[in-house]
Design a protein around this ligand. Structure first.
Ligand SMILES: [Zn+2]
Length: 217
């Protein structure tokens, strides 16, 4: 059985690997987990002993099939709990990530099955992220970043890449909600910030930093 920290590593390796192609570097892991490279190396050795990752010193890290299966289970639990917290307990989408970080480590399979049924088998979490299937498939959404949209394009806001409370509250204040259709009315040539129109009358300024953390289709 894995410790919380080991589970968090598996999840982090999975997330880093899906953002970039190929292997995950020890440095990237140290940065993501805010730990010293030496402690990262220790942890990687442990995970390699358990055959959850492929790891050779000075080379990248890759999840084994079993490691990926576990990572997807953790992500599935995390996202289901977020749905529960928002839909059933009335928390805001900006409040649930940290709680789900703890709840995701409860391993009871029966609990997850009942939670999923109770929620009506949701496909997305409150941040628009797809929930891995019970058999461990991660749905491929093919979203792109708002910062890659072109002037004149109408797109639907689908998901966020940044889950911090500050970021989500900023979206709340700007009336940028998932599911809304926005039209890119102007892209600033200098700093790549965009002006988007929501509905007929509202124009919202979106900085480049925000636009590249918003996924659209
Ligand atoms: Zn989350």
């Amino acid at each position: 059985m894995q410790s919380f920290t080991e589970e968090n590593y598996l999840k982090t390796i999975y997330n880093l690997a899906s953002k970039q192609q190929g292997e995950v570097s020890t440095n990237a892991l140290a940065e993501m987990t805010a730990t010293k490279a030496a402690s990262v190396t220790d942890m990687l050795r442990k995970l390699a002993d358990k055959e959850l990752i492929h790891y050779k010193k000075y080379q990248g890290v890759r999840l084994t099939e079993e490691g990926e299966r576990l990572a997807l289970q953790i992500i599935r639990r995390h996202r289901l709990w977020e749905v529960f917290l928002v839909q059933k307990l009335g928390f805001g989408w900006d409040e649930v990530h940290d709680m789900a970080e703890e709840l995701e480590h409860i391993r009871s399979e029966e609990l997850v099955v009942r939670l999923d049924t109770f929620l009506g088998h949701p496909q997305f979490d409150p941040h628009g992220d797809p929930i891995p299937t019970p058999t461990g498939q991660m749905p491929e959404m093919g979203y792109r970043k708002l910062s890659d949209a072109e002037a004149g394009e109408a797109v639907c806001l689908r998901a966020v890449m940044e889950h911090s409370t500050e970021f989500l509250q900023h979206l709340n204040h700007s009336s940028l909600t998932l599911g809304s259709i926005v039209t890119v009315s102007e892209i600033n040539a200098f700093d790549k910030s965009v002006l988007v129109q929501i509905g007929n009358d509202r124009t919202v300024f979106v900085s480049y930093e925000v636009a590249k953390n918003l996924l659209v289709s």
